[in-house]
Design a protein around this ligand. Sequence first.
Ligand code: USQ
Length: 383
Amino acid sequence: MRILIMGGDGYLGWPTSMRFAAEGHEVLAVDNYLRRECSRETDSLPLFEVPDLLERAKLFKAETGYDIDAREVDLNDFEAFSALFEEFLPDAVVHYAEQPSAPYSMRGFDEARLTLNNNLNVTFNLIQAVLKHKPDCHIIKLGTMGEYGTPNIDIEEGWIDIEHKGRKDRFLFPRQAGSLYHTTKVLDTDLIWFYVRTFGLRATDLMQGPVYGLETSETSGNHQLYSFFNYDDIFGTVVNRFMVQAVAGVPLTVYGKGGQVRGYLDIRDTLQCIQLAAANPPEPGKLNIFNQFVETFSVNQLAERIKAVGDGMGLSVAVKSIDNPRKEMEEHYYNPAHTGLLDLGLKPHYLTDDVIAGMIELVLKYKNNIDEKRIFPRVAWKK
Ligand code: USQ
């Protein structure tokens, strides 16, 4: 297949590019380095530097022989996007080209506007490029479990059948996101669903939970081929952050009561899920939605697990509840369905003690790079 990866420099975009290239697909990976710019601007640098997309593609080629055509293009620019799309004519597109941080989107007016404009505009440009040049191209869009929020009912896989006053119909499952970033994902879903049902496009929307880890079969221990590992409050996700805090001797920062439950997955499972989505395109006019995570944990459970493994490795890990900078439910019901990807063949990697120990060992190598100023929350939802 010919696969376009939008956001190919990112935490997930880069490993996805390597995976498809290693599987023998023709890969074009594109990025405008927005995420790098936002992390620099907010002093949220990763635990260690990694080369940019173009350099990493060269390194990957030298090491493995696989080609990734890597380019710096701003996909907000429709003319540039359209020309690129027409030249490559992909069979499938994986769309990661969004500002991915909830705290960043809540930082202030400029960050909110950038998140809204970038995320919606790039999604719109993708839809228009597909319509114009190759309407049967399969759009694989990264959504987020955060689109659903934490409703007091079971979360279905994308759709819900509703019976109302004696009549029945099927709708998108209700969405109520907890940050502007997550809300842009809700809007993306609506936008894609409109074009799918009206113009017969085909799309898969993957509602993904927080991802952890770095090692995939393509990196084979070469840290220059790893993704960004952010541990700051803005771009770092909770599991990666707790690993760094455990190593730094900073009490794990549980926000509020710590009963916030989310569905988590290992980066290796993200890659499997994307491959399964690509191998199973929907019919024209159909939107497939899968909930993409393999197990749920509360923040307290994560902290306890990481503390237990860290203590066993001779670290002295403390856990401390701090004021929650976010507006979110700290104790709630959470029971999302997630059978679609398992039915397609997903073989989950769970957060075992060995996986936690492996991540802590990796972080220990970069202990001297940890900057404690980046750990505590700097962005509050309501000031
Ligand atoms: N949390 C803490 N302590 C911390 C950091 C986070 O208690 O030090 C809590 C948060 O309050 C939240 C949970 O952990 O309840 C998850 O937070 P997160 O920062 O790991 O994840 P989130 O902001 O929700 O966003 C991340 C990615 C985003 C993706 C999303 C999937 O950055 O791109 O869409 O995970 S989901 O959470 O399912 O919406």
